[in-house]
Design a protein around this ligand. Structure first.
Ligand code: BGC
Length: 777
């Protein structure tokens, strides 16, 4: 893969797209996304519309417009722009020779464009009209997108018309969400707005727009109100052959506050008063605080450095860190695919980066799971189970959003009944596992008292109700399910799910006893609120002791599920030839992978990245076995293989997986449509996976019972790796070179400083306050 095909590297934070390719519009829109966890504005030109996939996805606006898919809504586009010279519209259609450069700064989420238009009416071809614009989605005010726009090389004597509008006709995936559109120009405040109400959920969504001309005289203004949009047409006399204005798009919904229109207008006015420069400074300060702990620096390869920042940036802006009530969407806020909702990706892929840098964000993410417990309880109940069976696709309420029919059989055109929603049960133990990890890192007992214990108990209850006792074998097992590998449905004893479930049962029992012995009042409160009985705890204990945990066989191999080794042994390359239609779904019930050992994504390997319980020989044997049989049909997969490759000392292979994962979006390697369903947009789990691959893979970081452990496997290409870890309120800076590992205690945000135990390549050290370790490798 060659990066030059897609972009030029400006520096470790910025890229530039100089060879504009109209085929890449979907990817540009996602990769060059301005976002802040509240909204995501796609990387499109202000002159573009829905045909160019323009959209601004807003969190907390779930709605079902087509009777099938509940997804987030798009705000009307408050940056819509039309330019007219001599009453003729200038054409910015995304054709191959559109002379446009796009650039993006991932440090501050700034989108820039520069277009040069030749042959514009009444001009010689040498005389190019230049359009520059720049924008960011503010982190100091989440409702605001600030924009500046400039036209150069204008003909001084010719009047120009600029239409600044709010366009309600936007790129929606599954139906138009806004009805009852109302628009107006508030003359007193000089703010334009367009408001609509979502079809099913009846949320009012407002976009307001204010502007301010910095150069160019406004000679005339008229309002153009259309069915789905409102524009102000401004007639401008250029000044010094230029025209320059600033503009603010503001979005509010009735889920944010009771009068979103008033709030949007007020914010639009305030933003205009502050001006772009000041807004940018405030926004940059917010990013500086994040990067101070979240940045990962490497020396030795600028492209990799940029790719790392790209992925960290996207994991950050996908995350609604401002709220404890909202999920991280599998495609973040880059488009409506995957319904703006959380999968297991959220805990297992997105969260670890926050857990070890800004644990308060990890806490918010877990609190979201607490607030959606009722949805999980309902799902369990509806399917005849107890406790909390979390939704496979979880939106605001936690009720299951995953439709019964997800993909389509591309040959017959018939719907496929996938069982992601009722059989992919590992999501519940995955959440339980993460509660434990959060506790291990933060020691936050209050969280356990108020949220964690109740969730764990409810998850344990679910597992209890879901297991079967196999009396011939005298063990408890989990049958009829899917593990992480989604191609094989209706399988029994998925090794990943069994280990995860037993682990979580044990942790529920652990907290039960911890509370019983030390905090009986807390336990009594929780027990009475969820009517938990001693008999249940005894049953969990029995199940945990007799849980079927498949062991490695004589060849050190763990069988992914019962009977897996008997399936046709082949590879993805071989079976790919069996496809009749390229867009065919490979999995259940009849796809080309179903009766073979070809798997979609890391499964046994996924178990290894979460549980450090197998020795190196077992890791290596399973890596060698499963690696050639894995298609990596999910973007979740490569980072996990990379971590294990690094752990077994194959850092060059790990590096290949780094490339595969880091460039999924940057080099547009993933398909946007599968089985007839649009699945494009930013792969936020892969973005989070990059953090894990570097920290847990290349620097070999592990959290153990006694402290922190490092078994570095730095790739040759990188001369140095530097990052920070937040562990129990201490901020550590890690510097790794091929020869040396340096661990420095930067800050201890706690009253009682603690000693931190560190193990490096099996040797133990103590990191004391104000000290640093330097270890030769
Ligand atoms: C993967 C799942 C993942 C989902 C959302 C699917 O393709 O197989 O593991 O949770 O995408 O990212």
């Amino acid at each position: 893969m060659n990066a030059d095909q897609f972009f030029e590297i400006v520096d470790g934070w910025q890229l530039k797209i100089t060879k504009f390719d109209p085929e890449q519009l979907i990817h540009y829109g996602s990769n060059l996304l301005c976002g802040n966890g509240y909204l995501g504005y796609r990387g499109t030109l202000p002159e573009w519309g829905k045909e160019e996939y323009q959209a601004c996805i807003v969190s907390d606006t779930y709605d079902m417009a087509d009777g099938k898919w509940r997804e987030l809504s798009n705000a009307p586009n408050g940056l819509a722009t039309e330019l007219l010279l001599a009453d003729q519209s200038l054409d910015f259609s995304p054709v191959k020779n559109l002379n446009t450069n796009l650039s993006f700064n991932y440090q501050y989420g700034i989108f820039k464009r520069n277009s040069k238009l030749k042959n514009v009416i009444n001009r010689s071809s040498a005389d190019k009209l230049e359009v520059e614009s720049e924008r960011f989605a503010s982190y100091s005010n989440l409702h605001l997108i600030a924009n500046k726009y400039q036209l150069n090389n204008l003909n001084q004597d010719k009047l120009l018309k600029i239409r600044l509008g709010i366009e309600g006709d936007v790129w929606d995936l599954n139906g138009e969400h806004l009805t009852n559109l109302k628009n107006d120009y508030e003359t007193e405040q000089a703010v334009l707005y367009l408001q609509g109400t979502t079809v099913e959920s009846k949320i009012d969504l407002v976009t307001a727009m204010s502007f301010n001309f910095k150069q160019g005289l406004v000679k005339n203004m008229r309002i153009i109100s259309r069915a789905k949009s409102i524009y102000l047409e401004l007639t401008i006399q250029p000044e010094n052959n230029s025209c320059k204005f600033e503009r603010n798009m503001v979005v509010y919904s009735s889920n944010d506050l009771t009068d979103p229109l008033a709030a949007a207008i007020k914010t639009a006015v305030q933003a205009r008063e502050k001006e772009y420069k000041q807004l940018l400074i405030e926004h940059q300060q917010c990013w500086d605080v994040k990067w101070a702990v979240m940045d990962i620096k490497i020396k030795g390869n600028l492209l990799d450095q940029l790719a790392i920042r790209f992925n960290l940036y996207h994991n950050i802006i996908a995350t609604p860190a401002h709220s404890e009530y909202l999920p991280i969407g599998a495609r973040g806020l880059s488009c409506q695919a995957y319904q703006g909702s959380a999968f297991w990706d959220q805990e297992i892929f997105n969260l670890p980066m926050f857990l070890f840098t800004k644990p308060e964000i990890a806490k918010n993410i877990l609190k979201y799971r607490y607030h959606t417990l009722d949805g999980a309880r309902k799902k369990a109940q509806d399917l005849g189970f107890a406790g909390a069976f979390y939704a496979w696709i979880s939106g605001k309420t936690g009720q299951e959003l995953c439709p019964d029919f997800f993909f389509k059989d591309m040959i017959s055109g018939r719907k496929i009944r996938n069982h992601f929603n009722d059989w992919q049960i590992h999501v519940s133990p995955d959440i339980g596992y993460t509660i434990w990890k959060y506790y291990q890192v933060t020691d936050d007992l209050d969280f356990i008292f108020n949220y964690g214990a109740e969730m764990l108990f409810e998850i344990a209850r679910f597992i209890h109700s879901r297991v079967h006792y196999n009396d011939r074998q005298d063990y408890y097992e989990l049958i009829r399910l899917l593990g992480p590998d989604e191609y094989h449905e209706n399988i029994d004893n998925n090794v990943f799910t069994n280990y995860q479930s037993q682990f979580v049962l044990k942790k529920a029992i652990y907290f039960y006893h911890l509370l019983l012995n030390k905090y009986p009042e807390e336990l009594a409160r929780i027990k009475s609120s969820i009517e938990l009985t001693e008999t249940e705890i005894t049953a969990w204990q029995r199940i945990a002791e007799k849980f079927y945990l498949p062991e490695p066989n004589q060849a050190n191999l763990l069988e992914q599920f019962d009977g897996y080794f008997e399936l046709e042994d082949t590879t993805a390359e071989v079976i790919k030839k069996r496809l009749i239609n390229n867009q065919e779904y490979w999995g259940w019930p009849n796809g080309i992978a179903v009766f073979t050992q070809v798997i979609k994504q890391a499964d046994v390997i996924q178990l290894f990245t979460l549980h450090d319980i197998f020795n190196q020989d077992i890791l290596a044997a399973n890596y060698d076995y499963y690696e050639p049989r894995t298609q990596h049909g999910s973007s979740l997969s490569p980072s996990q293989y990379g971590i294990i490759a690094a752990r077994i000392g194959r850092s060059e292979l790990a590096y290949q997986y780094f490339k595969k994962s880091a460039f999924i979006d940057l080099m547009s390697t993933n398909k946007a449509v599968s089985g007839g369903t649009f699945i494009g947009g930013i792969h936020t789990a892969a973005a989070g996976g990059i953090w894990q691959l570097i920290i847990n893979g290349f620097s070999g970081f592990k959290l153990t019972k006694s402290g922190l452990e490092f078994n570095p496997a730095l790739v040759e290409e990188w001369e140095e790796l530097e990052y920070k870890l937040n562990y129990r309120s201490a901020i550590l800076q890690i510097n790794l070179t091929p020869a040396k590992l340096k661990i420095k205690l930067l800050d201890m945000q706690t009253e009682k400083p603690v000693e931190i135990k560190v193990k490096v390549l099996a040797r133990e050290y103590i990191l004391e306050p104000d000290s640093q370790l330097q270890i030769k490798l």
